[in-house]
Design a protein around this ligand. Sequence first.
Ligand code: C2E
Ligand code: MG
Ligand code: MG
Length: 357
Amino acid sequence: MSKGYIRGTVLLIYLDQENCPPDIRGGRRPRWWRSSVFKRPWTIDGQEITVSCNIGVALYPDDGRDGQALLQNAETAMLRARELGNNSCRFFTQSMAVSAFDRIVLENSLSRALERRELLVCYQPQVKIATSRITGVEALLRWQHPERGLVPPQDFIPLADETGLIIPIGEWVLQAACAQVKAWQEKGFPSLNLSVNLSATQFQQQELPEVVERVLRDTRLAPPCLTLEITENLAMQDINFTVQVLTAMKKLGVKISIDDFGTGYCSLKYLQRLPLDELKIDYSFIRDITTDPNTAAVVEMIIMLGKKMNLIVVAEGVETEAQLAFLKERACDLLQGYYFSKPVPSAEIEKLPLMMP
Ligand code: C2E
Ligand code: MG
Ligand code: MG
């Protein structure tokens, strides 16, 4: 076996015929993967660390007859595994090669999307259970591609994140959404809040606190009206770094939310170290609360945990009356979902009846 470092966090492992386990040779996920070291936390110097890893495999000779082709196809499979997340392992297939080409086309047009004004921020309302009024909106990015039509964020945000394009795009979203919410506040909704999502690359960007500070100053939005959302997995990746970045953000006066809560590797020990304001329960839990008693128990526990930690608890993906009743009974603070409204362009938000002050 030989190992080679490619770049950043990408590691190459080359296995020759002799050293390659039979399951990999047969195109199957290796058995050891199921009990993989990546699934349990490690304790190093008293700190608990969870490492995650996604693997892409290309096999000689079917997936490439020379090193370059093998490497390229292994990387394509790895990118696919990374999209799936949660320590995935994918073997290269020809259909991935087609979409790899597609990715290049997409990347080229994404790099021009901003200047061509193809990007649009939609807003989804957040409703306060206690008053049944809209108290905030989440900014959700849309890409209106001239040939492909509306490209969903899952299809371009991971790409924007990998290529770094998310930095200018994310700043544009922040600027546009803060300006819009400030305009709504001046129109008669003085305490309207705004939530904006941050991707991994944005979060790791050194200048992030300065960017946020500048946008708040330019748009004159009061810092406590802005909530920045990071996913649970991102928050847990490097706890010391997360604490450092979040502390810098909190100094600006903005709020911090953990998005997709419940789907990642959250350690409660870490959670209490983070300067948080909000927990956002993932859509996949809300979907099942009225049909699966175990899910209902988990959601009930998350709401209780959030309240004990003095955090605002938000449920995302509320679609039905029954889900609403469940969350109301458990006094979840804020609700977001198709039951109230899909993410809509700014002009439509103003028409929503719950918007009335
Ligand atoms: P998220 O931040 O967890 O956003 C919630 C997603 O749930 C949104 O998907 C929203 O449209 C969807 N949703 C809301 N209510 C319901 C419901 O009742 N039922 C169902 N089935 N879905 C519901 P969307 O807009 O496709 O965004 C997907 C993800 O893309 C977001 O997940 C967020 O992680 C990312 N994203 C979107 N906009 C931005 C952005 O401006 N910057 C960054 N970095 N990420 C963004
Ligand atoms: Mg979000
Ligand atoms: Mg979410």
